[in-house]
Design a protein. Sequence first.
Lengths: 112, 120
Amino acid sequence: GESVGLHLPTLSVQEGDNSIINCAYSNSASDYFIWYKQESGKGPQFIIDIRSNMDKRQGQRVTVLLNKTVKHLSLQIAATQPGDSAVYFCAEIGSNDYKLSFGAGTTVTVRA
Amino acid sequence: GAVVSQHPSWVICKSGTSVKIECRSLDFQATTMFWYRQFPKQSLMLMATSNEGSKATYEQGVEKDKFLINHASLTLSTLTVTSAHPEDSSFYICSASMGLAGSQQGETQYFGPGTRLLVL
């Protein structure tokens, strides 16, 4: 249940497996990146963030990796649980801007 | 902490009527508030940014006379969809930030639960 390298609109994961969600960004001036989780009918919920001077940051069960060379961001979820089923968005803010720009989103479905 | 609420959570209205959506920061002062629109299975698109006491800044393609935004206090912003039409049916989400847009504190946005609008 992993996807590496390409952004996929959907990801099906077996409960207990690790998930990798990918995001490509286009603005090389972006210096702040955030992953959000959005459950059906709700607003986005902050998961984890990372600044451009870092390449990795870890939270509880989640890790964000940033590769500025190829402008790629990924979110890793360890031991995926049914409650992780949601749409995941990456978002970025440029150094010369203040607006959050959201990616297309990946729908994660966890199989029991 | 940093809770944002929206009211109503959903609304159905007739074409041609106006609908007001409220966004409130419950436990902090929101210097900046943002309004987004999200169509089914799509991402969030920023509509406008507002600072308390000043006029909102609208994104390109968003009609300011159709989507009226008022940020009258540090805890309340309203979005009024005037003369709503079926194509305005969408999920409207607000967010609030403690800092000014462009500041590091302003980078953190706290999102509301969204308001689903259906125009018949």
